[in-house]
Design a protein around this ligand. Structure first.
Ligand code: PMP
Ligand code: GLN
Length: 413
């Protein structure tokens, strides 16, 4: 995908005459006016960084390895011959570790045999859930900005994507706006807290409103919690822990962010047994299974002591602070993220009102790559996000310091 030429991002208002694959791309704004398909913003910006040698603060992946015990467990599993197809729902050792993890961190009791499904990353969990549960014309609500895969998968499933805006710099949804978007045709409400791209954490009142609306309209809550262990202050609150939520919630996570193993693609979902069965029906024909030796390794990770998780979050918070200071010194306005990998910066104070244009020129202007927030919104709905750029801080401190130095030159052009 990364070799595809960049083409303008367009969001057709009607996808009626599009082929299914075009509909998928169009959902995420990747279908060109001539029918061409663009690479995802992450692939495009990583390719730009490789081509120009710029520091890549675009795609969110760490530049250091995670816990040695996790890496060693994968090596050991390969040596021990764990190299053939695992069971379709995932290896018991991982399903049991996921169940223990939910109980240890959140007090949520889970039946590992019936309520856990191992997937090829959170992405496959999202894909299988959306394809399994969304029928033609069903409405799916997300907050906006949204992770691009949601829009692409909703479009592929024939769903109608409805969004609730969250706005720079505090990113808190208005509860009346939320209530006005959820209705009797809503099949899914997709929650992503901690949130990509903004790093926002939804407070208890917002989460409770989602549950109330889901109950009222009999919708399923799909919650993407891949950043659950990268919260900088306080504890992560999974929406499934709220009263009334568990029986209608699909909780999705993955080992990629927690253990700095984004290339392993070991994810999972936790849901009531009847939803797991429906989702498995689709999942078993997407990948069937994946990552045999990585499954016990992620299980090892999930059982590591609390301090491993909290120390990793503290180290990441220090990185956030370095990049935040650098961006402020360079003249950006920022929203300080409460969690996750990313800072959203406003380039308007520096005289750039088009974040996408700035991201294309940033390697040449400053030797740095970022991702425009325009890739996470429908541009017509969200002109207010035009000058915003997302920068990843899941990088070594010296890389962030160097990026800050380079960005400091931007204002002096
Ligand atoms: N959801 C969100 C919000 C993400 O940021 C990402 C990417 N890291 C994913 C899902 C995909 O996760 P995975 O790599 O486990 O498929
Ligand atoms: N989730 C990562 C990000 O937001 C990258 C995902 C991808 O490359 N598809 O940067």
């Amino acid at each position: 995908m990364s070799d595809l030429p960049p083409i303008p991002r367009v969001h057709p208002s009607s996808s009626e005459r599009l082929r299914p694959w075009q509909r998928t791309a169009a959902g995420a704004g990747l279908l060109g006016p001539d029918g061409g398909i663009a690479a995802t913003i992450f692939a495009e910006m990583s390719a730009l960084a490789t081509r120009t040698g710029a520091i890549n603060l675009g795609q969110g992946f760490p530049d250091e390895d995670g816990p040695a015990a996790v890496l060693e467990a994968a090596r050991q599993a390969i040596a021990d011959g764990v190299n053939q197809y695992p069971p379709g729902t995932g290896m018991p050792v991982l399903r049991e570790a996921v169940a223990r993890h939910q109980e240890r961190w959140y007090g949520i009791e889970v039946d590992p045999a019936a309520e856990v499904l191992v997937t090829a990353g959170a992405t496959e969990a999202l894909a299988a859930t959306i394809l399994a549960l969304v029928d033609d014309g069903d409405e799916v609500v997300t907050f906006e900005p949204y992770y691009d895969a949601y829009a692409a998968l909703i479009a592929r499933a024939g769903g109608v994507h409805r969004t609730v805006p969250v706005r720079f710099p505090d990113w808190r949804p208005d509860l009346d706006e939320l209530a006005s978007v959820v209705g009797p045709r809503t099949r899914l409400i997709i929650v992503n807290s901690p949130h990509n791209p903004t790093g926002a954490v939804f407070d208890a009142e917002v989460l409770a409103k989602v549950v109330e609306l889901a109950e009222r309209h009999d919708a399923v809550i799909v919650t993407d919690e891949v950043y659950e262990h990268l919260v900088f202050d306080g504890a992560h609150v999974p929406i499934a822990s709220l009263p009334g939520a568990r029986e209608r919630t699909v909780t999705i996570s993955s080992g990629g962010k927690t253990f700095s193993t984004t290339g392993w693609k070991i994810g999972w979902l936790v849901a009531p047994a009847h939803l797991v069965t429906s989702i498995l029906a689709v999942k078993q024909y997407l990948t069937y299974v994946n990552g045999a030796p990585f499954q016990p390794a992620i299980a090892t990770g999930l059982d590591l002591p609390d301090a491993v998780f909290t120390d990793a979050a503290a180290a990441l918070a220090a990185k956030r602070d370095v990049l935040a200071a650098g961006l402020l010194a360079a003249g950006f306005a920022i929203s300080l993220p409460a969690a996750g990998y990313f800072i959203v910066a406003d380039a308007a104070p520096l005289g750039f009102d088009d974040g996408a244009e700035l991201c294309r020129r940033l390697p040449e202007l400053a030797g740095v790559v970022g991702v425009p927030i325009s890739a996470f919104v429908h541009p017509e709905r969200r002109a207010d996000t035009r000058s915003l750029v997302r920068f990843a801080f899941c990088k070594r401190l010296e890389v962030l310091q160097e990026a800050s130095t380079r960005l400091a030159g931007l204002g002096a052009r």
